[in-house]
Each structure stands twice: as C-alpha cells, then as structure tokens.
Ligand binder design. Structure first.
Ligand code: PGA
Length: 254
C-alpha cells in the first residue's frame, strides 16, 4: 500500500515571519489527520524556523531546490549537506527550474543523485508543456525526462515522482482526474519497464497543477494518483488543511 502524500510548494512566497505564522496556523488541524504524509516546502531562509515549529508534529519538511556539489565557490547555491538533517524531502526538476532557470535533464539527474546520496528524498518533477501536449507528445516528453533521471537506486532512496503538466501549473486549469490518472499510469508503466513491477508498485506518483480543496477528492479517487504537489492552494492554512483532510477522506482514512 502506498501512503498518500500531500506536499505544499510555497515557491518564492512568505517572509520568515509569514512562513512561521502559516505553518502555525495549519499545524493543529493537519496534525490530527492520520494516514497521509504531509510535507511543507518553504523558501530556504525559513527552513530552520519552520523546522522548529513542526519538530514534534507529523508534518515533514522539504526544500525547493539544491545544488549537487558538496561545497565551494558556487555563489548563491545550497548543498545537500546543508539540507540533510534539516529536511526530509527536496523538490528537484520543477518546471519553473527547468523553464525559468534553464535546468537541463543532466543537471537534474546530478541533483537527484546528490540528494539520494545524502539521504534526502527527491520529489522529482516531470511534465509536458501546452505545445507538447497539443502536439500529442506528452508520452514522448515524459519518457525522455524520466529516462534521463532514472537510476534504480533513486527509488530505494525514497524518490517520489510528481507529474506536473506545465499548462496546469498556476493557471487554475488543472488536468482532469481521469487525464492525470491515465498519464500517471503511463509513468508507472515506464518505471516498471525500467526497474520492474515491484518498484513500480511501491513508488509514489503525485499529481500537481492547480490542485485545490475543491478538486483534490476527484484526484484521490483515482487508483494511480498517490497524492499532490500543491502550489498556490498551500499558501492558505485553511485550504491546505482541507486538501489534506479530503485526501484522507477520499482514501477512507478518516
Ligand atoms: P499550483 O502549483 O498548485 O499553484 O498550480 C503547483 C506546483 O507548481 O507545484
């Protein structure tokens, strides 16, 4: 059985004070929800403060990025060593990193490797653009992104995959639950093809892109979808709490 997971990607939002307030506001209700793994990914500068607030709770912490080198002259970057021990998860290969910051599959692979080697679990993001989707190239693009970052050991390191169609991110236009289920089924098939059925059955694959408290239940009723990576709707305590509790309800956990 795959434990459902809801991860909030706060992106470049919240000051340290706002981050602490946000996590304090969501904590009491979220902590009551059992059977769902709950993760928040604030900006780097808030990780330590948020870690203190959630220390004795069921909420876990993730970073939004890392650099694969151990240390040295990489101005502005954060290493896995700095994050290890502080975070459980790290988002890698988000489409905003790929598109705005020009991250390549090769770089993303190095980052996933560095994360796993330092006991950080990657939330590895893949997804097609609108043009690729409309050209019927979704499966080809996902295959390419997956194969470029696909070492068997990554899965033993707890890698989670997030399928995030770029056209659905921050647009208010989510994929339908059926579409997302079908595409995530395809990704699971890729995992099986490359690494065998056992790994494919155990790896968690999330959907991301305009997930809200109003549409999460539909996604969670689909058999292939193991949870969600949530952007905008994770920035309000009540909507994130509702997403988490509806996930539990949809899976018969509450
Ligand atoms: P969104 O972002 O929920 O605001 O669409 C999702 C993401 O980018 O992870």
């Amino acid at each position: 059985m795959r434990v459902p997971m809801i991860a909030g990607n706060w992106k470049m939002n919240t000051t340290v004070d706002e981050a602490v307030r946000l996590v304090k506001a969501m904590l009491p209700e979220i902590d009551k929800v059992k059977g769902v793994e709950k993760v928040v990914c604030p900006p780097f500068v808030s990780l330590t403060s948020v870690a203190k607030v959630i220390a004795s709770s069921s909420l876990k912490l993730g970073a939004q990025n890392l650099y694969y080198q151990e240390k040295g002259a990489y101005t502005g970057e954060i290493s896995t060593e700095m994050l290890a021990g502080l975070c459980d998860y790290v988002i890698i290969g988000h489409s905003e990193r790929r598109q705005v910051f020009g991250e390549t599959d090769e770089l993303i692979n190095k980052k996933v490797k560095a994360a796993v080697e330092n006991l950080l679990k990657p939330i590895f993001c893949i997804g097609e653009t609108l043009a690729e989707n409309e050209a019927g190239r979704t499966e080809e693009v996902l295959t390419h992104q997956f194969m470029a970052t696909s070492n068997r050991l990554y899965f033993f390191g707890g890698m989670v995959i997030a399928y995030e169609p770029v056209w659905a991110i921050g647009t208010g236009k989510s994929a339908t639950a059926e579409q997302a289920n079908k595409t995530i089924g395809f990704i699971r098939h890729l995992v099986a093809h490359k690494h065998g059925e056992e790994i494919a059955e155990s790896v968690r694959i999330l959907y991301g892109g305009s997930v809200t408290a109003d549409n999460i239940a539909a996604f969670m009723h689909q058999p292939e979808i193991d949870g969600a990576l949530v952007g905008g709707a994770s920035l309000k305590a009540d909507s994130f709490v509702r997403i988490v509790s509806q996930t539990a309800a949809a899976r018969g956990l509450s």
